[in-house]
Design a protein around this ligand. Structure first.
Ligand code: 0L1
Ligand code: MG
Length: 258
C-alpha cells in the first residue's frame, strides 16, 4: 500500500514567501523526494489560488553536464503555470526575480489529454524552440535533489517560439542550439544534450506521470530540458534561443537587478 506523504507546510510557506517577496532562503537540506513532490504540488497550488492556471510541465536535470553542474543524478519534473509565461519577444521584469538564469530548450505541445497507459509521443502535435527562466529560491542555487523538487524545480518563467507540427519537423536529434545575449553567442549545444535525444523527454515524463499521478492535459506544454548551460539574466539585454530547423525565441530583460 502506498502512503501519501505529509506536506511540510512550513517549507511551502517559506518557498512561497520567497517567490512573492522576491528573496532567497537557506536550503532545506531535504532528503525525501516523495515528500518534496507533495511540497511542490502544495506550493504550485498557492499560485493557482492566486489565479494562475497550470499550463504545462518541465523536466530538469536532463543532461549529464547539468547534473554535474548541480551535483545531482536524477531527472526531475516541475509544473509550469500561466503566470510564468512570457510571450515570444516579451519582457521579463528583473525586480520580480531573485537571481534568474536562462537556458534554451525544446518544447512540445499536447493535442489531447493523456491517460497513464497512452503513448505520450502520439499525443504531441507540435514542437518549438523555448527559453526557460530558472530562479532557485535557495541561496546561491544551493540545494539537494529533494530541495529543488520542492521548489518546483526552480521554474520561474518560459517563452515559446513558433510551433512546428511534429509530423513536419523532421529529425529532432542533433540539432544545433545557441543561446545569444545581445547578439553575442553565450552558449552552444545540440538537442542531444537532452537525454541523448530530445524525444527521450517524453517517456521520461510519461514514467514520472504514471508513478506520481501527474495528469497531462490537452494544450499543455512540456519543456524537455536544457540544451546548454544556463546563463544569468542581465538587465537591459535581449536573449535569443535558437534551435536549428525549429527557429528562435526571444525575451527582453527589463528593470534593474535587485
Ligand atoms: O530546468 C532545469 O534543468 C533546472 C532544474 C532546477 C535546477 C536549477 O535550478 O538549475
Ligand atoms: Mg530547464
Amino acid at each position: 500500500m502506498t502512503t501519501t506523504p505529509r506536506v511540510d507546510h512550513a517549507l511551502v510557506d517559506r518557498l512561497d514567501d520567497a517567490v512573492t517577496g522576491v528573496h532567497d532562503v537557506v536550503n532545506a537540506e531535504a532528503t525525501d523526494v516523495d515528500a518534496a513532490y507533495a511540497v511542490q504540488e502544495a506550493l504550485v497550488a498557492r499560485r493557482l489560488d492566486r489565479g494562475a492556471r497550470q499550463v504545462g510541465w518541465k523536466l530538469g536535470f536532463t543532461s549529464l553536464a547539468k547534473m554535474a553542474q548541480m551535483g545531482v543524478s536524477d531527472v526531475i519534473v516541475g509544473r509550469l503555470t500561466s503566470d510564468m509565461h512570457v510571450p515570444d519577444g516579451g519582457a521579463v521584469h528583473l525586480p520580480r526575480l531573485i537571481h534568474p538564469r536562462v537556458e534554451p530548450e525544446v518544447a512540445y505541445r499536447l493535442a489531447r489529454d493523456v491517460s497513464p497507459d497512452d503513448d505520450l509521443l502520439a499525443a504531441v502535435d507540435a514542437v518549438a524552440p523555448a527559453l526557460e527562466i530558472i530562479d532557485s529560491r535557495y541561496r546561491d542555487f544551493c540545494f539537494t535533489l529533494a530541495d529543488v523538487v520542492a521548489d518546483n524545480t526552480s521554474a520561474a518563467g518560459f517563452a515559446i517560439g513558433p510551433w512546428t507540427a511534429l509530423r513536419d519537423a523532421g529529425e529532432l536529434g542533433g540539432l544545433p542550439v545557441a543561446l545569444s545575449v545581445d547578439g553575442e553567442v553565450a552558449e552552444t549545444g545540440t538537442t542531444d544534450a537532452i537525454l541523448g535525444h530530445p524525444l527521450e523527454a517524453l517517456p521520461a515524463l510519461a514514467g514520472m506521470a504514471r508513478r506520481r499521478g501527474f495528469r497531462l492535459r490537452a494544450g499543455q506544454v512540456i519543456l524537455a530540458g536544457a540544451a546548454t548551460a544556463a546563463v544569468p539574466l542581465t538587465a537591459g539585454t535581449s536573449v535569443v534561443g535558437r534551435v536549428d530547423g525549429l527557429g528562435s525565441v526571444r525575451i527582453e530583460v527589463s528593470g534593474e537587478a535587485r
